[in-house]
Write a protein that binds this ligand. Structure first.
Ligand code: ARG
Length: 579
């Protein structure tokens, strides 16, 4: 309730100054109520108790009495256990809704443009994308959409794992299978079995292992034929990844691919610059840097290996090169890495070394936007029935199949192409929402029944609320645009509750965007949809007695639908008109 807080501030300021409390003391205390039942905003007075030498309750009582009628038209103030609770008045809510109605951005302003690199998805070539990559793709996509909506320039960076020693064995295996056959296997997404076969030969057949090692040397030396074979592996894998992306409906395209291989030329530069900065040390033939602050099991400082004794580079070296590239070529000032929590230390160390070496300075903001794992019902990391990594494509296809069945049951009139479209929107939306609505850093349990349920905190529930509103408008038949001029009157408690949540939408989008927490937006959208359900039950819309009431309620319906559509859109989830 940021707007309410803004509007209530002047009368509060007057009361506080009469009590001799400085603005700098009370302003930080004023905030959104933590318990919605208590009010919309609150000023806890406990911290003032010591200076004023009175109990919090007495202070709160006095604030309320000093405010008197000064908050009329804004909020009701009450004193409860040392809190001044503010509850928005219906007339204030009505005016806020009227102000939001004509605004296509629904009160969400543009910000001063920053340049972001959002590093997300990043599967590994010739390996199945796992559910961790799914999370990264879905969360990253939502963050990109939110930032772009606020007017920022966003570079999507898909840092695919497309380089390194495993490519020796992968190329040799490709040759053993025959190019056409291998391409076929990879192109249909049999990445895991391909990788496993190569790996099995590598550990059991010395001749194969030797060939593989030589192949790595050829690859690193830029041998043309080897590079061509490597391209086959990359292209076929990307073809599969792109199928997953298109099924998911994320923004990533081939132009966003910035795999590890793209930074090869920069790796020696990283070494030189770390050397110039005086933070490169030699240790057992390797070049290392010590970020400081980390120790190994023996309690010795933990090095970051930049160049191995055999001349090969590391994952960290690539990430340092990325930073140079993103700062100097892309001119980014913010870097978000949407990568699982297990890589926490990696990123902390990389950021630290990058700062020590001057690749980044105080004007640069680098954040590891970490996330938890996806678990099965038994609390283990989600796997296929055979115990393998789940094929993401199959998982998404199953989501659509299950959604189709649910829709057939709910709305048998929906047929043909339209039903297919809705099944895709609902099925994919359900998977994405289940992922986004859990607090990002926590693990979550993958549960088909729950995510596809039409009740509860799910995409289908929100999509259904939206479709229901569309059907009200079909029945009405009027011009939705004309509602932006409607006079709003919130009187019933259900209208007020809905209006209150609708009013809060811009502030919530703001918080979700800046803290990179899509779940905050999910929770709010769910609270809007459930307030709408109560409103719809208690407040007749088209059959209301007075025309003014019909229009006021239609406007609330309209704003609800628009917030759901925009909010879900920012999360990368579509909304059907019917379902
Ligand atoms: N390919 C890596 C993996 O699958 C993720 C890369 C994340 N991005 C980065 N800049 N390190 O674990």
């Amino acid at each position: 309730m940021r707007n309410l807080i803004e509007d209530a501030r002047p009368p509060l300021a007057e009361a506080m100054s009469k009590m001799g409390v400085d603005e700098s003391v009370w302003t930080p205390l004023l905030g959104r109520s933590t318990v919605e039942d208590h009010g919309d905003a609150a000023l806890p007075c406990h911290a003032l108790s010591k200076t004023l030498r009175r109990s919090p309750s007495e202070i709160a009582d006095e604030v309320v009495s000093l405010i008197g009628g000064a908050l009329d038209g804004i909020a009701d103030a009450s004193s409860v256990s040392g809190f001044v609770n503010l509850r928005a008045q219906p007339s204030w809510l009505s005016r806020r809704i009227e102000a939001m109605m004509p605004d296509p951005r629904l009160g969400i302003g543009l910000e001063e443009c920053r340049t972001y690199a959002v590093d997300y998805s990043a599967p590994n070539v010739a390996k199945e994308m796992h559910v961790g990559h799914l999370r990264s793709t879905v969360i990253g996509d939502a963050i990109v959409r939110m930032l772009e909506f606020r007017g920022h320039l966003v570079h999507r960076e898909n840092h695919v794992g497309d380089w390194g020693t495993p490519f020796g064995m992968l190329i040799e295996h490709l040759l053993d299978l025959g190019e056409a056959e291998a391409a076929n296997e990879l192109g249909v997404g049999d990445l895991d079995s391909f990788y496993k076969q190569a790996r099995a030969k590598f550990v059991t057949e010395e001749e194969f292992a030797e060939r593989s090692r030589q192949r790595v040397v050829l690859l690193q030396g830029g041998d043309e034929e080897t590079l061509r074979l490597w391209r086959v592996l990359v292209d076929e894998s990307m073809r599969y990844f792109n199928e997953v992306y298109s099924m998911l409906g994320v923004l990533l395209t081939d132009d966003d691919i910035m795999g590890e291989s793209r930074y090869q030329d920069l790796l020696p530069v990283v070494v030189d610059r770390l050397g110039d900065a005086g933070i490169l040390e030699h240790s057992e033939g390797a070049d290392v840097a010590y970020p400081g602050g980390w120790v190994n099991r023996e309690g010795e400082p933990l090095p970051m290996i930049i160049r191995k004794a055999d001349g090969g580079y590391n994952y960290s070296t690539s990430d340092l090169a990325c930073i140079i590239d993103r700062v100097e070529r892309l001119k980014c000032d913010s870097f978000l890495y949407v990568v699982g929590t297990p890589q926490k230390q990696h990123f902390e160390m990389v950021f630290q070394v990058a700062r020590q070496a001057g690749f980044m300075d105080d004007g640069h903001n680098a954040v590891h936007v970490n996330f938890g794992s996806v678990m099965d019902a038994d609390g283990k990391v989600l796997k296929s029935r055979e115990g393998d990594v789940i094929k993401l494509f199959d998982l998404l296809a199953e989501a659509v199949t299950r959604a189709r069945a649910a829709i057939e049951e709910k709305n048998p009139d929906l047929q043909g192409e339209q039903r297919e479209r809705v099944a895709r929107i609902v099925g994919i939306g359900a998977v994405k929402y289940a992922d986004l609505s859990t607090e990002r850093t926590k693990d979550y349990v993958f549960d088909w029944e729950r995510m596809l349920s039409f009740d509860g905190d799910t995409a289908p529930y929100l999509q259904y609320a939206h479709a229901r509103i569309c059907s009200i408008f079909r029945k009405w038949g009027g011009d939705r645009g004309s509602l932006s001029e409607s006079e709003i009157s919130c009187s019933l408690p259900e209208e007020c509750l809905l209006a209150r949540r609708l009013t809060d939408f811009p502030a919530v989008v703001d918080e979700s965007t800046h803290a990179y927490i899509p779940h905050r937006l999910c929770a709010h959208l769910h609270s809007i949809a459930s307030a709408f359900a109560s409103f719809y039950e208690a407040c007749p819309v088209l059959s209301a007695e007075e025309e003014g009431t019909v229009h006021s309620r239609l406007a609330l319906c309209d704003l609800t639908a628009r917030e759901l559509e925009l909010g879900l859109g920012l999360l990368g989830i579509e909304v059907p008109q019917r379902m």
